[in-house]
Design a protein around this ligand. Structure first.
Ligand code: HEM
Length: 86
């Protein structure tokens, strides 16, 4: 539920860049794309290009007509936030 959604900084996102632990952000929303890898019509290699980083531009360039928010609703991790000031 919405209570368990995380605030994700770019450095946290970057830690999830492995095939067995892959997160990506699209328009500020962070998804765990790991369970979707085997199902991506464009293949594993293409999808993993966005693991651990913002995939908004690549996603829009390849298939702007696909509704990622609908498709990966169950894989929503949280929302991107800025790094805390240090
Ligand atoms: C195809 C979903 C990320 C590259 C597709 C299709 C879907 C899909 C539903 C079929 C589209 C159609 O036939 O109209 C997703 C989702 C993504 C994602 C939910 C994010 C979680 C990416 C990324 C890339 C990519 C980041 C590129 C770096 C492609 C390519 C195809 C494709 C090249 C065409 C495959 C073909 O027709 O042979 N994707 N995609 N996708 N996707 Fe993705």
């Amino acid at each position: 539920g919405v209570d368990s959604l995380m605030r994700v900084t770019p450095s946290i996102l970057k830690q999830h860049n492995k095939r067995d632990d892959a997160w990506s952000s699209f328009n500020g929303k962070v998804y765990n794309i790991t369970p979707y890898i085997d199902f991506h019509p464009g293949g594993e290699k293409e999808l993993l290009r966005v693991a651990g980083r913002d995939g908004t531009k690549l996603f829009a360039a390849t298939h702007a007509w696909v509704n990622v928010d609908f498709m990966l609703d169950a894989c929503l991790v949280g929302f991107m936030v800025s790094e805390p000031a240090s």
